[in-house]
Ligand binder design. Structure first.
Ligand SMILES: NC(=O)c1ccc[n+]([C@@H]2O[C@H](COP(=O)([O-])OP(=O)(O)OC[C@H]3O[C@@H](n4cnc5c(N)ncnc54)[C@H](OP(=O)(O)O)[C@@H]3O)[C@@H](O)[C@H]2O)c1
Length: 326
C-alpha cells in the first residue's frame, strides 16, 4: 500500500513549488463536455493554507453541473475532491506538514497543485490509498452529514434514492453502520450490484415495492422520486434533499404537505470539512467504509469518465489519476 514514504518523493517538488503555472481541467466551452485541459496560475497559498501536489481526484455529478452552470467561470479549474502530498505546509504552522498524505475538499481540485485551507483537509492514514481517499469528500460528506442531521440511529428505517451513485453508496453504508434498516433504491436490478454487501437490507427498483413508511430519506434524484419519498416519510421523519439527477420537476398532489409534522430539508456541503473528512478516512482505515471506485483511469481520459457518469454506468465513484503520477 502506498504511503508517503513510497510515493515518489513529490516529483519535482522544488520545481512544483516555484512554477508559475499548473495543468488543470478547466471550464472550456469549446469542448462537448464543456471541460478541457488548460494551464492556470499556480495558486498562492495563504497563511492558513497548504499547497498540495494532487495525485488523484474524483469526479462528481456536481462537476458536470459546474462545467455548465456558470458557477465556475470559463477558464477556471473544476473539481472538488482530491488527494495528494503536501508540498508546502501552512505558514501559520496549522494543519498537516510538508510531505503529509492528505485528502482535500476545495474548489479547483482538478489541478496538479491546489492551495487549500487547512479547515478543508484531513491526513490520510497509512493503509488507506490516496485513490480511495480522493473518492470520499463530496459524496461522503453529503451522506455523513445529511444522515447525522436527520438523526440516523438504531431502529430507523432509511430510504436512499440513487443508491448506486456516489452519495447513495456511502449513505447506504453509513446508515447501516449506524444501525438503521436500509432500503436502497436503484434504476435497474443491475445497478443494485454490491449494495447488499455495502449494507442495504432491501434493494428496490425505482420506488416500487416500498410499502412501509420510512423515518429518513437521503434523496438525490428529485422529480417523481422526491414526491414518492415524501409520501413514504413517516410523521416526525426527515427527507434530506441533496441532489436532483433526474432534472424532472416534482409535482406534489394537493394537500401532500398537510398533516402530521415531518420535514423536507435542503442540503449543501459546507467547506469546513476537516473533522468529517478525518472521520471518513478513519472509517476507511478501519474497513467499515469501502469506497467503491467504478471508474478509475488517467485524467487524460476524462471525457470517457464524464460519459460513463452521465450515462449512469458508474457504480460508486469515478477517480482520476493525474498524468504526472501515472
Ligand atoms: N447538495 C450537495 O452538497 C450535494 C453533494 C453531493 C451530491 N449532490 C447532488 O446529488 C446528486 C447525486 O450525486 P452523485 O455524485 O451521487 O451522482 P452519481 O454518482 O452520478 O449518482 C447519481 C445516481 O442517481 C441515479 N439517477 C436517477 N435518475 C438519474 C438521471 N436521470 N440521470 C442520472 N442519474 C440518475 C443514478 O442511479 P441509477 O442509474 O441506479 O438510477 C445514479 O447512480 C447530484 O444531483 C449531485 O449534484 C449534492
Amino acid at each position: 500500500m502506498a504511503n508517503y514514504r513510497d510515493v515518489p518523493a513529490e516529483p519535482g517538488t522544488e520545481r512544483a513549488e516555484t512554477s508559475t503555472s499548473t495543468r488543470a481541467l478547466i471550464v472550456d466551452p469549446s469542448a462537448d463536455s464543456n471541460i478541457g485541459f488548460g494551464e492556470v496560475a499556480t495558486p498562492v497559498a495563504g497563511p492558513h493554507q497548504i499547497l498540495v501536489g494532487v495525485q488523484y481526484a474524483a469526479l462528481n455529478y456536481a462537476d458536470l453541473n459546474n462545467a455548465r452552470s456558470g458557477r465556475v467561470p470559463v477558464g477556471a479549474p473544476l473539481g472538488l475532491d482530491a488527494a495528494g502530498i503536501v508540498l508546502r505546509g501552512a505558514t501559520d504552522g496549522s494543519g498537516p506538514p510538508r510531505r503529509s498524505r492528505v485528502v482535500l475538499f476545495a474548489d479547483g481540485a482538478f489541478a496538479e497543485r491546489v492551495a487549500v485551507d487547512v479547515s478543508a483537509v484531513a491526513e490520510v492514514p497509512d493503509g488507506v490509498g490516496l485513490a480511495e481517499a480522493a473518492a470520499l469528500p463530496t459524496a461522503g460528506l453529503a451522506a455523513l452529514r445529511s444522515l447525522r442531521s436527520a438523526g440516523v440511529g438504531p431502529g430507523k428505517r432509511v430510504l436512499v434514492t440513487g443508491a448506486s451513485g456516489g452519495v447513495g453508496r456511502y449513505a447506504v453504508t453509513l446508515a447501516a453502520l449506524a444501525g438503521a434498516y436500509v432500503v436502497a433504491s436503484v434504476g435497474s436490478p443491475a445497478r443494485g450490484d454490491g449494495l447488499a454487501d455495502a449494507g442495504a437490507d432491501e434493494v428496490v427498483e425505482g420506488m416500487a415495492g416500498i410499502n412501509e413508511p420510512v423515518d429518513i430519506v437521503v434523496e438525490t434524484v428529485g422529480g417523481r422520486q422526491l414526491v414518492r419519498a415524501w409520501e413514504l416519510l413517516a410523521a416526525g421523519g426527515s427527507l434530506q434533499s441533496i441532489g436532483w439527477t433526474s432534472a424532472e420537476p416534482a409535482v406534489f398532489p394537493p394537500y401532500a404537505t398537510v398533516g402530521p409534522p415531518k420535514t423536507l430539508t435542503s442540503y449543501v456541503n459546507e467547506f469546513d470539512a476537516a473533522a468529517d473528512l478525518a472521520q471518513l478516512v478513519r472509517l476507511v482505515a478501519e474497513g467499515a467504509v469501502v469506497p467503491e471506485i467504478g471508474w478509475r483511469g488517467s485524467w487524460e481520459r476524462f471525457d470517457e469518465a464524464v460519459d460513463a457518469l452521465r450515462g449512469r454506468r458508474v457504480a460508486g465513484k469515478v477517480v482520476f489519476q493525474l498524468s504526472s503520477h501515472a
